[in-house]
Design a binder for this molecule. Structure first.
Ligand code: NAP
Ligand code: GDD
Length: 400
């Protein structure tokens, strides 16, 4: 497809950056990506897009950089003169943000200011549109604190497991008008990024937009986010490579979509006539526990949960495949309180009516399709690992 547009993606090596780069290249964009220097290669997710810098018609360019370095950001924006910037780079793990709060504020909060201010100082306010990766974490526990959800845990109370909820649409959903109540250093940093984006739009008439994206996952999701941790473990347990999965709060509920659908929404946000902020979500919320159940079901295993709180356990109670019969009665899920968060977000569910009607955004995956895609991919990955191990080769050991 012919296209003269130039895009700059910060965070191109991450889950969303990788899918977005592929999507924009297919649309004919020239894509520049900001990549952190790392002591190991960190380009696994975009290696299939790599183009030899000596080749003619190169469309993908990587630049070393970091959102904490304003000189570097300003130079790259000046050199690349982008029509669109997708600011996806962030320290994106909520639990890790409690360990690295200052760095998170710098990268996720002030980092956004650096990008916006660079556009302004370089005189690009009329040329460059900017998408800011805002998050449903901004809402934190605002649904619960508004007492809209009976039986949900109140902010400030201890983590506890309750067996009540499964996948369900709820009447009260979060939209562009809902109040924010951030519950982690990550969310507080992103709150600054959200408002500075709005402020630059209003103060300098910039085409600056927030996509308030609810959780989105995929086979290339980072291994320490809950869905990927689960799908990797399910594959390993089925293949006899792991005994048990240690988890935190099983009762947390999230509105999980597929990253492929969500990066399309990012692009649509910047193609609209006017800059604005949009919620991107599926409108269905599911407990972590239910995600585990669905993931085991993908390999033909039924898991049952007993007990509460830190004593809750998940045990295999049935198998559709005789090859997994030995797993029946095996305890495959246990709680490790170190995965409980100092302050938890108990419930997220979003209403994307505005994006659906104004942007004509239509997601293609539902939760079952997402789980299927992730389990299938991790099962294949673990089959490969198993094959290598059985044939005397070392494989990478990832620990959290
Ligand atoms: P991800 O997989 O963790 O990717 C984050 C990217 O940011 C990686 O490329 C990472 O580089 C880069 N990065 C981190 N710190 C940086 C810094 N200081 N300077 C430059 N680059 C830096 O996250 P994701 O899931 O793709 O999410 C993309 C964005 O959307 C993030 O801002 C996230 O907070 C936000 N978001 C995500 C979700 C979701 O459910 N996925 C929902 C709402 C909002 P390395 O590869 O070198 O680590
Ligand atoms: N990571 C993790 N590991 N989470 C666990 C575990 C565990 O062992 N056990 C339970 N959980 C619960 C967490 O406490 C949380 O309530 C939920 O699972 C989801 O956790 P994550 O997958 O780590 O994602 P998140 O919701 O905290 O944050 C993600 O989504 C945000 C959008 O709402 C990240 O992608 C953020 O960057 C993003 O902004």
């Amino acid at each position: 497809m012919k296209n003269n547009k130039v895009a700059l993606i910060t965070g191109i090596t991450g889950q969303d950056g990788a899918y977005l780069a592929e999507f924009l290249l297919k649309k004919g964009y020239t894509v520049h990506g900001l990549k952190r220097r790392s002591s190991l290669f960190n380009t696994d997710r975009i290696d299939h897009l790599y183009q030899d810098p000596h080749a003619k018609d190169q469309k993908l360019f990587l630049h070393y950089g970091d959102l904490t370095d304003s000189l570097n950001i300003t130079r790259i924006i000046q050199e690349t003169q982008p029509d669109e910037i997708y600011n996806l780079a962030a320290m994106s793990h909520v639990q890790v943000s409690f360990d690295t709060p200052e760095y998170t504020a710098n990268a996720d909060g002030t980092g956004t200011l650096r990008v916006l201010e660079a556009i302004r100082l370089l005189g690009l306010t009329e040329k460059t549109r900017i998408y800011q990766a805002s998050t449903s974490e901004l809402y934190g526990n605002s649904l619960i604190s508004g007492n809209k959800i009976p039986g949900a845990q109140q902010p400030g109370s201890q983590n506890s497991a309750s067996q009540q909820s499964e996948s369900q649409p709820l009447e009260a959903m979060l939209n562009e008008q809902s109040p924010f109540y951030p519950r982690s250093p990550y969310a507080v940093a992103k709150l600054y990024a959200y408002w500075i984006t709005v402020n630059y739009r209003e103060a300098y008439k910039m085409f600056a937009c927030n996509g308030i994206l609810f959780n989105h996952e995929s086979p290339i999701r980072g291994e320490t986010f809950v869905t990927r941790k689960i799908t990797r473990a399910v594959a390993k347990i089925a293949l006899g490579m792991q005994d048990k999965l240690y988890m935190g709060n099983l009762s947390a509920r999230r509105d999980w979509g597929h990253a492929k659908d969500y990066i399309r929404a990012m692009w649509l946000v910047l193609q609209h006539d006017t800059p604005d902020d949009y919620v991107i979500a599926t409108g269905t919320t599911t407990t972590v526990r239910d995600f585990i159940t669905k993931a085991f079901a993908e390999v033909g295993l039924t898991v049952g949960f007993t007990g509460t709180g830190a004593n809750e356990k998940g045990t295999i109670i049935a198998s559709e495949k005789t090859e997994y019969n030995h797993l029946i009665h095996q305890e495959v899920v246990a709680i490790d309180p170190r995965y409980f968060r100092p302050t938890e977000v108990e419930l997220l569910i979003g209403d994307a009516t505005k994006a659906r009607t104004v942007l004509n955004w239509i997601p293609e995956y539902d939760l079952d399709g997402l789980v299927k895609d992730m389990v299938k991919s991790d099962f294949r990955l673990m089959q490969k690992e198993k094959f290598l191990k059985e044939n005397g080769f070392n494989t990478l050991n990832y620990f959290e």
